[in-house]
Design a protein around this ligand. Sequence first.
Ligand code: UN1
Length: 501
Amino acid sequence: MIGEQQAVETGNLIGGERRAGVSGRTFESRNPAHHGEIIGVFPQSSAADVDAAVVSAQRALAGWRSTPWPRRGEVILAAATIMEQRKEELARLMTREMGKVLTEARGDVQEAIDMGKFIAGEGRRAFGETVPSELRNKWAMTMRQPLGVIGCVTPWNFPIAIPSWKIFPALMAGNTVVFKPAEDTPLCALRFVEILEEAGVPAGVINTVFGNEEAGDAVVRHPGTVAIFFTGSADTGRLIAATCGSMLKKVSLELGGKNGIVVMDDADLELAVEGALWGAFGTAGQRCTASSRLIVQRKVLGDFTDALVSRTRALRIGNGLVDGVDVGPVINETQLRRIHSYTEIGVQEGATLLTGGEVARDGDLAEGFFYAPTVFAGVTPAMRIAQEEIFGPTTAILPVESLAEAITTANSTQFGLSLSIYTNDLRHAFLAIHELEAGIVYVNAPTIGAEIQLPFGGTKNTGNGHREAGGRVLDEFSEWKSIYIDYSGRLQRAQIDTDAQ
Ligand code: UN1
């Protein structure tokens, strides 16, 4: 079997030690392309494990927050450099554990390297402001302070990149972290954290507890975590927001998407087809940015659909470690069933299934969780397949007559992560940039592929108004302190003594 290696067995990483879970229960991580292959065995953590992790993070806070910013930046840069050296090994591991094809796994690791390098520079650039005071002989300025112990709860679809978006800036700002990675990709998380340790992150600054939603819930509820950073489903996000709301805890949520590509009559059709194929079926559609709706103007509908279907049929499904494979497995059996249930829903709703729509079982594929890339046509905005996040290789073509209808259709979901338009008309492009309700808009490119130096996140039910990455990312991970220094030697009253000499 390709890439098979010995299964890893580990405990949680708390205070620089490997600790078995308190309950003694464990779970396995398995290869979604060959379900028989066990990748590793990890503790099924409970509230007691999370408590130990929080206590360890609290103990480490004083030392880490007082470590100079530039020194913290050097540690993060060292981590990014180690990742760069071990990129291939990490990518191969990711393909085995999560399933995405190797080229994309390399991209995932690269995104984390980019994030590390980008944020490390903040070590010498985390500026505050010097602000004029309204009073004479009085100085006013601001500085950033860490939040404290923060909880990071991350998904399986970007098993290294997404943790890096949260953990690198959290550490840069002087916070300590309790990290609960997804149950489907614990080994990627373990390797990422080991690299942080190797780079010089002191014991207790990052503490990792493996497990399922029980552990995640304990991280959210623990009174010692002062802020929660979560990427995952809208349903879970709502529960987390409610808990954090009642505890007055800061919470950053990056949730679902129902992203759409608009294809105008004046578009470069070949480019649009290629973009749709990549946006819909890259990562087997398991991106929150996946292009799950294709909103196509009538004149090009026939040609676009024909080209897309023939290109979709030519995609090679298989183990992502094999050269030439385009679409890997989906993450697990539950997701496979869920994806197929949406095929049934689409058919029941009266959409036309053009290709795919079934579990792929040929030969070796029966050993894993593969789903044939699926295209529906004749979809209307109200259908569930046009509204709900499927998180699999399924896309829906929605015909429209005009730019106005295209924009209304694109905006007609509860989510607002990423929208795109293919057009050669500058007017159409700029109108779309203004009118599309999303945190990210692309022109002549699909909805996936955000770069870390720009803010990432969405409007509406995609989140709660926060952004990850980008130039302002430290605002999410630090608090402002305002400092006034009165050197007049007498009492000066703000708002009252403003004219005093
Ligand atoms: C996600 O799917 O949760 O923009 C993140 C992209 C990637 C990140 C996706 N850079 O598609």
